[in-house]
Design a protein around this ligand. Sequence first.
Ligand SMILES: [Zn+2]
Length: 82
Amino acid sequence: MRTETYDGMACDDCVQMLANGDVNPEVTPEQEAAIAEGTVGYALSAPSDFEPTFSCRPCACCNSRLAGDRTPVTRFASAVAS
Ligand SMILES: [Zn+2]
């Protein structure tokens, strides 16, 4: 089976979730729910020495429009329920 992958840019909060399985204590319960749901199936795809780039594009995971650092992530379509 072929695994389709999609690249996107994720915000710092989602990156922290993907890296540590935890969120910044400052996020609201609504943000935390969006992050927990949005990061399902995603994995960090940046090299460990990657410098995040500043962007105001929406986060690929939680859809946050807050401008800030964005880090590349990969979505594994096979992990997403169809
Ligand atoms: Zn996010």
